[in-house]
Design a protein around this ligand. Structure first.
Ligand code: GRG
Length: 324
């Protein structure tokens, strides 16, 4: 088994071979730009790791890993348009560097390219990958719509929020792992266990993303810190703060997340203070640990060696302690 860094390096080499420098330039240059901006490459690493864990050469899983990364990057391009986000991975977003229409079309092309990558597999594997991909992509869409709907709702519950992040983020992490298992040709039970591992890790990962959005270091986070607060996103931090606050603080929070103030700096500061003083930031950290532990418990019935389980756990711990 390789280390996480080795899988990342092998994946980046493969990505570089997959050249998207073609004409028309205004379609393909933005794709090349977003794919080469970096990022943690965690989803493709998980695909490669899953293949190896199930005793298949990880190289067989490279096209599936790339498909997942291209899809992920497509969703970032469209998400940044929807949020009108200025920064992604510390650099200009595609629609700011080019324009919104370019972001839409280049994103659409990436979704198609993600499907095309399955053509590298024989018919049964192709079918299984395409089936999982279609289901997952639709769920990501549903998660995104819930997220949008929640911005204008004031009665979002924590179970609703958890379902939204499961769809928007976690199912893709689960699918990344299941694709590795599909390429390895293992039983459906093993495929489903590794999917559940990835899904729970994905929920922990999104909660950590929410936490970093408010409390991350602007130098390392790569996105606008406080972006979720500015956009009135009812994240776990916000919902837990409402649950734990007295009436006065609850009112302040609800008022803060209901409108569009011009003074975003003080909005972000007040919200962060209330997240801390209410105990919600600690509760979020606790929930991140709980979902990571839940992911680890899914590994128990898996018929793989302890050192392989340890590598997967090391990956979970790395995600939990990340600052980017
Ligand atoms: C599926 C047709 C179709 C549409 C997509 C736009 C959209 C609908 C969904 C948005 C999904 C989205 C962007 C979820 C956020 C997931 C997330 C936590 C992104 C950050 O991932 P990292 O930290 O990013 O892995 P890096 O930069 O490391 O790759």
């Amino acid at each position: 088994m390789l280390s996480i860094e080795k899988y990342q390096a092998v994946f980046i080499d493969y990505l570089q071979e997959y050249s998207v420098v073609k004409e028309p330039e205004n379609l393909y240059n933005p794709i090349q730009y977003i794919l080469s901006l970096g990022g943690k490459r965690l989803r493709p690493v998980l695909t490669l790791m899953a293949a190896e864990i199930f005793n298949t050469d990880y190289k067989n899983a490279l096209p599936a890993a790339l498909s997942i990364e291209v899809f992920h990057n497509f969703s970032l391009v469209h998400d940044d348009i929807m949020d009108d986000a200025p920064l992604r991975r510390g650099k200009e977003t595609v629609h700011k560097k080019w324009n919104v229409n370019t972001g839409i079309l280049s994103g659409d092309a990436m979704l198609i390219m993600a499907y095309q990558l399955f053509e590298n597999y024989e018919v049964n594997t192709f079918q299984a990958l395409a089936k999982l991909f279609g289901k997952t992509a639709l769920e990501v869409c549903e998660g995104q719509q819930y997220d949008v709907d929640f911005e204008t709702r004031s009665d979002v519950t924590i179970p609703e929020y958890l379902k939204m992040i499961e769809y928007k983020t976690a199912v893709l992490v689960g699918a990344a792992m299941k694709m590795g298992a599909i390429v390895a040709g293992v039983s459906e039970a093993d495929q489903n266990n590794i999917y559940e591992f990835g899904k729970n890790l994905g929920i922990a990962f999104q909660l950590q993303d929410d936490y970093l959005d408010a409390f991350g270091d602007p130098e390392t986070f790569g996105k606008q810190v406080g972006g979720d607060i500015i956009e009135n996103k009812k994240t776990y931090l916000y919902l837990k703060a409402l649950e734990f606050s007295n009436d006065a603080d609850k009112q302040t929070l609800e008022h803060l997340f209901n409108g569009n103030t011009a003074d975003t700096e003080s909005k972000v500061e007040t919200a962060k203070q209330l997240f801390k003083s209410s105990g919600s930031s600690d509760a979020t950290k606790e929930a991140i640990k709980e979902y990571t532990a839940k992911a680890f418990s899914v590994l128990e019935p898996l018929n793989i060696s302890e050192d392989k389980k340890d590598l997967l756990k090391a990956f979970g711990n790395y995600l939990m302690n990340r600052n980017t």
